[in-house]
Design a protein around this ligand. Structure first.
Ligand code: NDP
Ligand code: 2IT
Length: 445
């Protein structure tokens, strides 16, 4: 495989799709060696087949706002690869959404879902709709208009969307209701559903819990744990909320949260009612974390800054892509960070990851460390198929075991001669091999 040539060709076909090209580059560089050792991959041209999505649906979404004005947004669903199961992946509603971002997320999702050990292919979708400042009825009308197009493409055995940035329980409810009405069937076509209508216990917490379980496994390899450690978290959404709960439960002290406006630093620790308040803040649909510092006097707000300047032992970036850059990584390392585990998708830039690797920091990429969310979506699909519900304990135990298994797979494929584990390489190789072999088995499609 000639990585440079493949990337050049891809860039010519898709100029300016920076996030997508960034995600593909990382995977190709990690798997190059294994790929070249297996000539059957090259003869079936697996690489060219895996880096392009199977198909992309783009559609317009006209809807009426509370003032009677007609608004128009763009909607997308990227069905990337279904070699090991139905397309599976979240929907993102954020003004920054474009095809490059959804293709990067869909591409990552293929390998993440493969790592979960469950039968799920990779996909992603969303819209440039901005939930900021929208009323519940506006969100409902938008979700209904979105589903009016999307429903034709999805189904419980073909493509199963879920939440992501800007899409939580409320949006899944509106989307599910509309699908049910259009398709005239009540199935597990979306995950992240409410508990009374097919949802799974622990799904809301699962991404953040899973991220902390993964970090716990990494820390154990050096005889460490969360107990007594300070933890910086970015974001204040669904993933940050779950991570803050579990990190606190395991004895860590969470000292930061962040939003697009800056970060809050709370030296007394963010636990209990402060974690509950995150949900309130999120539900306001105002894009800011600053009000946290009005609510709790122990918290200081730092406008326009990243939380990575705070001295901590563990960093959990849980907001969005490319939010932790080289300078941030240098600051964390200088301050003695031992473990960085990505709750968000691709939050660390390639330059930041290089700094972590150079300094032998325990570093986990999102496709391994945040796989607990989609894994629990997979468990929701199983419960829907069986028409049974598992207890929170059963789901949490399964999630915990899946995260342990993902960690073990990363170690198997990522440990070097000196004993340092390159979790990026390990996750990419383990995720890739399963999908590539499935594609070989199934012929040229
Ligand atoms: P939420 O919408 O619940 O929260 C997203 C958080 O990130 C909010 O705090 C949001 O603030 C902040 N944010 C969004 N865009 C930016 C930006 N451009 N700059 C700074 N902050 C930003 O989403 P989730 O918690 O679900 O998602 C967070 C990350 O985790 C994403 O990368 C997502 O892809 C990933 N993820 C989510 C999973 C899930 O199950 N939900 C599973 C696996 C990964 P604001 O909205 O105010 O802009
Ligand atoms: O990035 C992700 O893994 C998610 N947003 C969750 C996807 C899912 O299908 O649960």
């Amino acid at each position: 495989m000639n990585v440079d040539k493949i990337l050049n060709d891809l860039e010519k076909k898709h100029p300016g799709e920076v996030e997508y090209l960034q995600a593909v580059k990382e995977v190709l560089e990690s798997i190059e060696e294994v790929y070249n050792e297996n000539p059957q991959f090259e003869s079936a041209n697996i690489i060219e087949r895996i880096i392009e999505p199977d198909r992309i649906l783009t559609f317009k979404i006209p809807w009426v706002d509370d003032n009677g004005n007609v608004q128009v947004n763009l909607g997308y669903r990227v069905q990337f690869n279904n070699a090991i199961g139905p397309y599976k992946g979240g929907l993102r509603f954020h003004p920054s959404v474009n095809l490059s971002i959804l293709k990067f997320l869909g591409f990552e999702q293929i390998f993440k879902n493969s790592l979960t050990t469950l039968p799920m292919g990779g996909g992603k979708g969303g819209s440039d709709f901005n939930p900021k400042g929208k009323s519940d009825s506006e969100v409902m009308r938008f979700c209904q208009a979105f589903m009016l197009e999307l429903w034709k493409l999805i189904g419980p055995e073909t493509d199963v969307p879920a939440g992501d940035i800007g899409v939580g329980g409320r949006e899944i409810g509106f989307l599910f209701g509309m699908y049910k009405k259009l398709a005239r069937e009540n199935t597990g076509v979306l995950t992240g559903k409410g508990l009374n209508w097919g949802g799974s216990l622990v799904r809301p917490e699962a991404t953040g819990f899973g991220n902390v379980y993964f970090a716990k496994e990494m820390l154990a390899t050096i005889g460490e744990s969360f107990k007594g450690k300070t933890v910086a978290i970015s974001g204040f959404g669904n993933v940050a909320w779950g991570a803050a709960q579990k990190a606190t439960e395991l004895g860590g002290k969470v000292v930061t949260l962040s939003g697009p406006d800056g970060y809050v630093y709370d030296p007394e620790g963010i636990s209990g009612e402060k974690i509950d308040y995150m949900l309130e803040l999120r539900a306001t649909n105002e894009d800011i974390v600053k009000p946290f510092s009005f609510e709790f006097s122990s918290a200081e707000f730092h406008e326009g800054k990243h939380p990575w300047e705070v001295k901590v032992d563990i960093a959990l970036p849980c907001a969005t892509q490319n939010e932790l850059n080289k300078e941030d990584a240098e600051a964390l390392v200088k301050n003695g960070v031992v473990c960085v585990s990505e709750g968000a998708n691709m939050p660390c830039t390639p330059e930041a990851i290089e700094i972590f690797h150079k300094n032998k920091i325990l570093f986990a990429p999102g496709k391994a460390a945040n796989a607990g969310g989609v894994a629990t979506s997979g468990l929701e699909m199983t419960q829907n198929s069986m028409k049974l519900n598992w207890t929170a304990e059963e789901v949490d135990n399964k999630l915990h075991q899946i995260m342990r298994d993902i960690h073990a797979a990363c170690v198997t494929h990522g440990k070097n001669a000196e004993g340092y584990v390159d979790y990026v390489k390990g996750a990419n190789i383990a995720g890739f091999l399963k999908v590539a072999n499935a594609m070989l088995d199934q012929g040229v499609l």
